[in-house]
Design a protein around this ligand. Sequence first.
Ligand SMILES: C[S@@+](CC[C@H](N)C(=O)[O-])C[C@H]1O[C@@H](n2cnc3c(N)ncnc32)[C@H](O)[C@@H]1O
Length: 423
Amino acid sequence: MENKTSQITGLATKLKDEVTRLEAALQALGAESPSFSQNASPELPRSPDVQLAQNAILECCTELQALVEGPLENLVRITSPRMNILMALHAIFHYNIAKNVAKDEEVSFEEIGQRCNMDVDDARRLIRMAISFHIFQEPRKGFISHTANSAVIVDNELLYQWIGLVCDDMWPNGPQLVPAMKKWPGSKEPTETAFALTNGVGMWEFLKENPQKAQRFARGIQFLQNHPAFDIGHLFTSLAWDVDCELTIVDVGGSHGAIAQALLDRYPSLQIHVQDLPEVISGATVPSQFEGRLHFVAHDFFTEQPLKAGVYFLRSILHDWSDKYAVQIIQNLIPALEPGAKVIVNEVCMPEPNTLPFYLSQLIRGYDLAMKQEFNSKERDAEEWESLFQLADKRFKLNRIVVPPGSILAVVEFVWQPETAEG
Ligand SMILES: C[S@@+](CC[C@H](N)C(=O)[O-])C[C@H]1O[C@@H](n2cnc3c(N)ncnc32)[C@H](O)[C@@H]1O
């Protein structure tokens, strides 16, 4: 009989090799092996060796789990425990449970009920759900203490805000996606979305009417920016920003200028104008070290671009808008463009089907659906990026698409070439 390695044995062998590689990479850095101890580091070191092994392990585990569960159990798991953990996180956020447990203390459920002003039985049941995901532990019956996964909720305020944003403002929209698709088939309007069905208005209007929610949304984005896959550093590995001449960049929809500041920090010859809506710009300040080089300008990107620059940079902007509106945003740049000017989009470039490991695919497909439910917009693939800019104007030439290793965002670079226009 042919001795053929089964799929799960192949995965398990690879898993073992990758775990060995990870341990060696951690040891070389003097870092601890991962654990659930409350004092454990909230993330693995962001070194290339660690991240390569880490990704390979997570890819193997995702496959192995689905195969070993088998189709039936896999679907049961998707439709039950994974969904229910959000109920527990929602309670942890609203009753401030994580912050009401000190590090190194064991607290009874009764005490938690009192501290958090919560029914004891509800507290017990919701926290035990969380415990099944390593968020808290029950070292002895009826008492809880922190794990690494609950401690990070206390230590990382942005994560805490992110949990609130997801549980309060994002999660309720999921069940409204199909009703919205039935009510407004094929709609590309930001006001005809799952979000609008849940909240009565589109997301942009909602944020305008609720400044506190807008602030949490901004902090949620800030949290995502800190994720290794969104790390600003990837931009520097894929683009040579330091140029001999004095380059001026306009960061369109650049919020409070986090990206601009990272660029200025690195490249002393740059001048950056950060544009955003007046209500956003009014909350922005120029740190003293960037005075004279960082400028905040109120500008609505649905109006004509007033500033001349070598590069127009759009990070996580166009994915918020369906093609109809994204084309307007791009066309509004044209009056300012000199031949050779670049429009650099820093966003997801959806990979071709079957090219991405499932572990990553789950994440990136989720982003695409989040865009759909919130804005009726989407994450675009290479063809869609090119055709979007061609639709805006044939004088845009796609120069390159680069996806830096480890990054979820691509750099999609267009050059304004009026002399090569057809017709
Ligand atoms: C997803 S955020 C991206 C922010 C920033 N580029 C980044 O990557 O951190 C989208 C940004 O677009 C801005 N925005 C939305 N509508 C706008 C408009 N009509 N004109 C200018 N900016 C707008 C928002 O205020 C927000 O800062």
